[in-house]
Design a binder for this molecule. Sequence first.
Ligand code: ZN
Length: 493
Amino acid sequence: MDLRLLVVAAALAISVSAGAAPVLAPPAAPGPEVQLYVHIPSGQIAIQHLRIIDGTGAAPIEDATLLIDGAKIGAILPAGSPIPAGYRTIDGTGETALPGLVGMHNHLYYLQRPNLDPSGKFEQPIIIPQMTFSAPRLYLANGVTTMRTTGSVETYTDLALKREIDAGRLVGPHLDVTGPYLEGTGAFFIQNHPISDPEDARKEVAFWADQGVNSFKAYMNISRAELGAAIKEAHRRGLKVTGHLCSVTYPEAVALGIDNLEHGFFVNTQLDPGKQPDKCSDGTGTPTLLKMAPGSPEANALIKLLVDKHVAVTSTLPVFAQSVPLHEPLQARQMDVMTPQAKEAYLFSRNLTASRAGTQRAKDFARAYKNDLGLERQFVAAGGLLIAGPDPTGNGGTIPGFADQRELELLVEAGFTPLEAIKIGTLNGARLLGRDARVGTIAVGKQADLVVINGDPSSNISDVRRVELVFKQGVGFDPARLIESVTGKVGLW
Ligand SMILES: [Zn+2]
């Protein structure tokens, strides 16, 4: 299969419950497996001389004192305030606190192409092994404290992982588990139930909602009738539906009541030549994106529709950036967490993409990518809710956690300010999840879910790579130890 198509095909996600009450579990005491990675135990902690970016888009608070009181944020005090008795003090000079990232397209698996060779050929079936060990550690280590799985392959495993994390027995972020991909026949990976008709779609949603999933994600070969039945059942239960679409266009999905669309504007097929109703087009959305320049009548109409109907859009730039020839190389620390086989597969794909530099295909993709960046900005300017996640699939170069940081950098490259990018990566996701009363910003009374950065991402967004500490419900985790624990494991577990 064509690798670029695979990148598009591999990207996808789901959405979460918007019930009235926050759904997060109360903090459990870290068990022995979790204690290994705790740097600062829960308690009364005062971080002094800290810059705070609160996630609302507001200017940073300089030289503040942040009080963490157990699982919650106790106070934000101005410089020079006395520290209440009993607090452990930490010097935050030169450091910045951000809300924990809310990753909205954050899979817990890896994509294997059996017997991939340097020409890009491989054998079927594509297999998707779980990264239940490495992915949660990499997300947390890189500052992701809440995430949506946005399409699952082993849904029972993801649900069990969530229970174990919530119980303090395994280390990882707060999980919002998305059900299995809602997909018809023609799925590109084999571990998938092909939905046969609208009643089958309804039953699939009902079954997994009963098992405890928080959201659902439709995929590339679902019919309008099946998607409509799935949305109806999910909404009846207060759950949301997102989609990585192809067979159903964006306007069709909006008419059916979808809550969220994955992959920015890359996978809308409404203007693809030869698009047949209920069938995925050959172009999988690229021809539409090429015709939809920002500010064009087609773009304006679509964005108005999405904003009017309150449909959120998930930006997943890191996975698409992998298809740009000569895209930024992976950092050494990212290469270090991959298995030799995963590294080889990534380098084969990277080499192949580089060999296309200057071709018409590469030029078209570069123009489509640029159109998407402009449309994401136009959508936000029009009042749309843009959320963010990396989609760790594609050519293997989108690594959990590291790629969540890369998403923020790419949003800034797209023209958002660093503070806007951080808001998209924190508060906006929490809003879609219905968790914004507890997470998504640094505010008194909210959960102490935050990232302490060495540097100032409000002036240099790439400082988000320099994570010193990650607090989840007031427990401070050591990112270096977490990353060290998965050396050479991404692609295996
Ligand atoms: Zn995906």
